[in-house]
Design a protein around this ligand. Structure first.
Ligand code: IPE
Ligand code: IPE
Ligand code: MG
Length: 242
């Protein structure tokens, strides 16, 4: 029997809008930042659960291009939580085979934060078990505009022609150029909207809107969602059964 070495191992890409930290804190008469801190703890838990369930790609929405509209103290608090997370988790991520990548526009971020992001990417670059992508200062429309500018520059300099623009070329100019499209998007906290999260990449993704707030999300709920997702029939516009 001939083994087909061309066949890629199956990937499963889960993307999560980690929403509801503020409401979780409000319900307990705590400051919003306490909710975010608990949310960071859930990230650790869900990364571990993803490794255990053989999820190959996990993309987490941590901060949107619209989240700058929040109070200065909340934004500063979130940024310092991101720093803390990267410092405390880097070794564990490295030894567990997690490859970390960031998507979003880094220009508006603090130098010290960008340095930590670059270091974590470099440190985990050779890992392959779980591809963890963190969307930080990410907005789907912003990403599409940045990709359009990149392509336009290449046309201006005659590196590309107009007819070279295809879906594939466009995808390759997005921040997610090296990622498969998400199979499943989970949004916690009961909100049923996408809030500018991966609009191009999620054209054919399945969605689950989960009632619990992100600080209450756990591996049992996650497991149930994945189980149900696996029963879905994905059609991509075709007719599978006549
Ligand atoms: C998600 O929780 C975390 C971020 C957007 C950074 P929220 O802070 O949006 O929580 P709610 O929606 O106010 O409850
Ligand atoms: C989306 O949640 C962004 C993140 C989870 C980082 P938001 O709480 O910012 O979204 P809206 O404002 O409710 O749409
Ligand atoms: Mg929210």
């Amino acid at each position: 029997m001939k083994l087909d070495l061309e066949i890629k191992p199956e990937t499963i890409h889960v993307a999560i809008v980690m929403d509801g930290n503020g409401r979780w804190a409000n319900e307990r008469a705590l400051a919003r930042l306490k909710g975010h801190a608990k949310g960071a703890d859930r990230v650790r838990h869900i990364v571990r659960a993803s490794l255990n369930m053989n999820v190959t790609h996990l993309t987490l929405f941590a901060f949107s291009t619209e989240n700058w509209k929040r109070s200065e103290s909340e934004v500063i608090g979130l940024m310092s939580l991101f720093r803390k997370f990267m410092k405390s988790e880097s070794k564990k991520l490295l030894i567990n085979g997690v490859k970390v990548r960031f998507i979003g526009d880094r220009n508006r971020l603090d130098k010290s934060l960008i340095e930590l992001m670059n270091n974590l990417e470099d440190l985990t670059n050779n890992n392959d078990t779980l591809h963890l992508t963190i969307a930080l200062n990410y907005g789907g429309r912003d990403e599409i505009i940045r990709a359009t500018k990149k392509i336009s520059e290449k046309i201006k300099s005659d590196e590309l022609e107009l007819d070279d623009i295809t879906i594939e070329l466009f995808s390759n100019n997005l921040d997610t150029f090296d990622l498969p499209d998400p199979d499943l998007v989970i949004r916690t906290s009961g909100e049923k909207r996408t809030s500018n999260f991966l609009p191009w990449q999620c054209a054919y993704s399945e969605y689950v809107f989960e009632e619990s707030n992100w600080p209450d999300f756990n591996k049992e709920i996650y497991e149930e969602i994945l189980k149900e997702f696996k029963t879905r029939e994905r059609r991509y516009g075709a007719v599978l059964r006549q």
